[in-house]
Design a protein. Structure first.
Length: 267
């Protein structure tokens, strides 16, 4: 009422307060609430349970014995903008570190990884690289513009028909490998998955070394107009890599020569 008198009759605050019988101190009074505790609690709940909403947060708060009423929780919830849709970052489950050892025989562990590059027209493409950790044999290099999980499983299905089924895959935590489609496909095939720890590419060191050689010899050495050219050169290079290129880690033998050795001679 005092504010109305001031704005309408252009009078002073003191006179307007006398007219409406309002103490001047009450005119200046601002209601203060300390919501810091409520803010901290809601932020804590949002961190622990990012997919839940206001009602569940309120129920959790009451179960903890905090007697804040619903309106207070609602007001702070809106104040923090928690009613707006927010992106939830997927958390990678804890991974167990395993030593990088040479399997005693082929088809024990295959390492998988992706690489990327661009064509001369600036269109991107990817390669799915697969090697056998036992003798570093290049099992496959598959080239495509995009490789969702369904494409990856289809490619692996064909590769397994040609080379046999391994006991497990060693991979990083890329979206294609942690996807439900890929994990369910591996489970149906009876193939285990050994995920390396995030940010620890050295735990997949065999294929990291392979990727470096492939990039130096093919991806960085040529310009490609289309992915067919990439696929043809990759297959020719794999033939040389597996049958003609000696490896220091294999005692100067090629991957196929090393595979042909009796098991006792490989160590």
């Amino acid at each position: 009422m005092a504010a109305y008198v001031i704005s309408t009759h252009h009078t002073s605050i003191s006179r307007a307060c006398r007219v409406v019988c309002l103490p001047k101190s009450m005119y200046y009074y601002t209601k203060k609430k300390d919501d810091s505790e409520t803010i901290d609690k809601l932020r804590e709940l949002a961190e622990k349970h990012p997919t839940e909403g206001q009602d569940l947060y309120y129920s959790r708060i009451r179960r903890e014995g905090l007697k804040w009423n619903y309106k207070r929780v609602r007001r702070v919830y809106l104040l923090l903008g928690m009613n707006r849709r927010r992106k939830v970052r997927k958390r990678v489950p804890a991974r167990v570190q395993e030593p990088l050892v040479i399997p005693e025989a082929p088809l024990k562990t295959w390492s998988l990884d992706f690489m990327g590059d661009v064509l001369t027209n600036k269109r991107k493409f990817r390669t799915l690289n697969v090697i056998d950790d036992h003798n570093r044999q290049a099992i496959a290099i598959e080239v495509a513009h995009s490789m969702p999980a369904t494409t990856v499983t289809g490619l692996l299905e064909r590769i397994i028909k040609e080379h046999g089924k391994p006991l497990r895959f060693r991979t990083d935590n890329g979206p294609e490998f942690i996807s439900r489609e890929f994990r369910e496909w591996c489970a149906n095939k009876g193939i285990g998955i050994q995920f390396i720890q995030p940010g620890r590419p050295m735990q997949n060191g065999y294929i990291e070394r392979f990727n470096r050689t492939f990039r130096e010899n093919i991806l960085d050495a040529y310009l490609f107009d289309n992915i067919t050219q990439v696929q043809i050169l990759a297959e020719e290079w794999m033939q040389d890599y597996n049958y003609s290129r000696p490896h220091e880690a294999l005692g100067g033998k090629t991957p196929m020569e090393y595979r042909a050795l009796p098991a006792a001679c490989c160590y």
